[in-house]
Design a binder for this molecule. Sequence first.
Ligand SMILES: NC(=O)c1ccc[n+]([C@@H]2O[C@H](COP(=O)([O-])OP(=O)(O)OC[C@H]3O[C@@H](n4cnc5c(N)ncnc54)[C@H](OP(=O)(O)O)[C@@H]3O)[C@@H](O)[C@H]2O)c1
Length: 222
Amino acid sequence: MEIKTFIITGANRGLGEAFVDVLMKRKDCFVISISRSITEKQQNYSVENFYFLEADLTDNILDKKLNIIKKIVKGNEICFINNASIIEPILKIEDISIDALDQTILVNIKSTILISKYLLLHFNNLKLSFVNITSGAANRAISNWSLYCSSKAFIQMFFRVAESEYKQHRFFNIDPGVMDTKMQRSIRESDFPDVLNFQNLKKDEKLKSPKVVALEIINTIK
Ligand SMILES: NC(=O)c1ccc[n+]([C@@H]2O[C@H](COP(=O)([O-])OP(=O)(O)OC[C@H]3O[C@@H](n4cnc5c(N)ncnc54)[C@H](OP(=O)(O)O)[C@@H]3O)[C@@H](O)[C@H]2O)c1
């Protein structure tokens, strides 16, 4: 059986946690979670199947922390799922603090570029897949979401350019749709012109389950 390594950012809750749940049911996966914390369930997984690379994506030594990956990767195939993302601050542009701007750039943009560069530099000889969890917001302007919309659009384009440079590897931009996660809760609790639509999605039970979405995405990229 050929083992495949999955590297997932933000795997401790929401869609990222759901990816781990789905992959741990399979026997052919080694998962590396690049996250700030680990769930109780994940603590019980064997080191043969699951590795917790504890990291804050805003950390300025993130690139050094990635070096462990070279030592632990299994198999001839790596799939990077670029999942972690922040939506806050949901504010008009004039009210955005410099600190919030830096956080969005580090989590939503810079960390993705660093991890992609690391994999392309060190594992170009393996079969690589890059899966960017994007959003409808990358292509639709939503008032008060300037940092989120534009950072999602940035990485979507980054993946398209990467695809043009590395034709031997696979690159995906996948919009998961609106899911029932903490991110949606913070959207509903925010103040912006379109908030009622998001509150109604929850009220009308229109939110997707992250587990169902994770399974669909894993089946799409296989
Ligand atoms: N939910 C939706 O409706 C929806 C719709 C379209 C697209 N998406 C996209 O789907 C993906 C997953 O979203 P979600 O709804 O699952 O979000 P979520 O529940 O808010 O989870 C976000 C994940 O990112 C991690 N994260 C945030 N800041 C971090 C940092 N500095 N360092 C390390 N990890 C960090 C969080 O970890 P901590 O617990 O440590 O904060 C968490 O694991 C995102 O890319 C999002 O843009 C979501």
